[in-house]
Design a protein around this ligand. Structure first.
Ligand SMILES: [Ca+2]
Ligand SMILES: [Ca+2]
Length: 111
């Protein structure tokens, strides 16, 4: 789904690491943090995840953007507006579920 380029990166990184590590289905969140934390403050902002370039949030349908933003906020447990290493697994899990839901919706729209 081209809208969610950043999320796809997120998920594909996770998949790669899952394959490398037979023992776990848990993605390497430390690696994800490093990949996405462009200003190296140890936290991932909304902009670092989805902002800016083509395929970023500006291209998203409003309803999708709203549900992702709501999820992002929900996962920001300490309320600093950023996702830290502790908050990342929850965010990842919820975004994965959201993307699955979107995929299903797309498929049913095509029929
Ligand atoms: Ca950052
Ligand atoms: Ca936070």
């Amino acid at each position: 789904m081209k809208l969610l380029r950043a999320l796809s990166l997120f998920l594909s990184l996770a998949a790669v690491h899952g394959q490398e590590d037979d023992a776990g289905e848990t993605p390497d969140f430390d690696e994800l943090m490093t990949e996405m934390d462009t200003n190296k403050d140890g936290k991932i902002s909304w902009e670092e995840m989805f902002g800016g370039e083509e395929g970023g949030e500006d291209d998203w349908p409003e309803d999708i953007k709203q549900s992702y933003k709501a999820t992002y906020k929900e996962c920001d447990v300490d309320g600093d507006g950023l996702i830290n290493r502790q908050e990342l697994p929850t965010l990842f899990e919820k975004f994965s579920a959201l993307e699955d839901a979107e995929d299903e919706k797309e498929e049913s729209d095509e029929i």
